[in-house]
Write a protein that binds this ligand. Structure first.
Ligand code: SF4
Ligand code: SF4
Length: 354
């Protein structure tokens, strides 16, 4: 791990020259939002954003991705044979990813790259990508990353971490991939003492005012939480719109869907959401999560209990605050987490029922 200082003008020139060897993706302003897009010739990433409306997970796990194709024409020698669709796995770099979103990539990876199963589309995209993080010196009031094993200068999942320092960037080189990125850009880097970087980190962490407690979640009994009385209240206002799951950088559910035009077919991997009734609808018509309460409970139980128990790596949330900001009816994961963390079974009520 090494810390260097790079002049911003040189950085911008370096990025331009990198476009010959990397596909560069970075935040750009669209109307009142920022989104990650491929940067065109002469276009620089706009680092004046607090966070993007959608997380950059779609750069590795697109909302809709064609994965195989096939012919249904029996005159074709290879009819009904599924053929992988070629993907562009040339080197690419995501510029300005926030530390919470980079940590989220490592959590999604737990699902897509396991010892038993590897999603080849995800694995290849991840291997091709260099992640250039941008530390958050001005966190939003709804960010609670420091409570969930992350933070505004967190390094997990990143190859480089940039901290804005006026006319320069302080750049922490975290991996070999990150070092290669800088040398390919021909960037002259001056070695830097870590004192300023560490002070900036401390100051940024002190600005995170929103916190949650997760310490009791692992010890809670699954069935007690499942049967807790608060789900009725939490789910009452939910519209099952799916915004929370689509904006979440750690949600990984998808559905497979075939589209057939004439005699040609393609299979797509599409984001799905546990908030949608169709998500669990069986072909028999039975739906094991047929009610809104069951769907809302599933989302929070997955993030705050099942994931905790299965992986022992904290909760399935990096504290980005997107679902808090964007839920149209103000359902707030921080409040739900508090209810789950503090839950106590009402012994008296149980005794009366018995
Ligand atoms: S964003 Fe809010 S209303 Fe929409 S599904 Fe999620 S919790 Fe329900
Ligand atoms: S705050 Fe909400 S959107 Fe962000 S990681 Fe946590 S659950 Fe997902």
């Amino acid at each position: 791990m090494k810390l260097v200082k790079i002049d911003k003008k040189q950085w911008a020139e370096g990025l331009e020259s990198l476009k010959k060897s990397f596909r560069l993706l970075g935040p750009v302003k669209e109307d009142s939002y920022y989104s990650f897009k491929a940067l065109k010739e002469g276009e620089q990433p706009d680092f004046s954003f607090l966070n993007t409306r959608l997380s950059p997970k779609s750069l590795l796990f697109p909302q809709s991705e064609a994965i195989v194709e096939y012919s249904l024409d029996e005159r074709d020698e290879d009819h009904h044979v599924m053929k992988a669709i070629e993907t562009d796995d040339s080197p690419r770099a995501v510029l300005g990813i926030r530390p919470c979103d980079a940590k989220a990539v490592t959590l999604v990876n737990l699902n897509f790259d396991t010892s038993e199963y590897k999603d080849p589309y995800w694995v290849k995209a991840l291997a091709a990508t260099t992640f250039i993080g941008l530390a958050c010196d001005t966190p939003k009031s709804t960010c609670f990353c420091t409570s969930v094993g992350c933070g505004p200068y967190h390094e997990e999942g990143l190859d480089l971490l940039l901290a804005d320092e006026g006319e320069t960037y302080l750049v922490k080189i975290l991996t070999e991939k990150g070092g290669n990125f800088l040398s390919t850009a021909g960037l002259e880097a001056v070695d830097e003492d870590t004192t300023l970087f560490d002070a900036k980190k401390k100051a940024a962490e002190a600005k995170i005012i929103s916190t949650i407690a997760t310490d009791n979640l692992k010890g809670q009994d699954i069935l007690d939480l499942h049967e807790a009385p608060f789900w009725e209240d939490i789910s009452f206002a939910c519209l099952n719109c799916g915004t929370c799951t689509y904006t979440c950088p750690t949600c990984w559910c998808f559905d497979l869907q075939d589209e057939i035009h004439g005699k040609s077919g393609k299979r797509f991997k599409n984001w799905d959401s546990c908030m949608f009734p169709l998500f669990t609808l069986h072909t028999t018509g039975h739906n094991p999560r047929g009610t809104k309460l069951q769907r809302v409970r599933q989302r929070f139980m997955h993030k705050l209990k099942y994931f905790v128990d299965k992986y022992d790596q904290g909760i399935m949330c990096v504290g980005c605050g997107r679902c808090v900001n964007q839920c149209p009816v103000n359902i707030d994961i921080r409040k739900v987490c508090a209810l789950m963390n503090d839950h106590k079974v009402d012994e008296q009520a149980c005794a009366v029922q018995e």
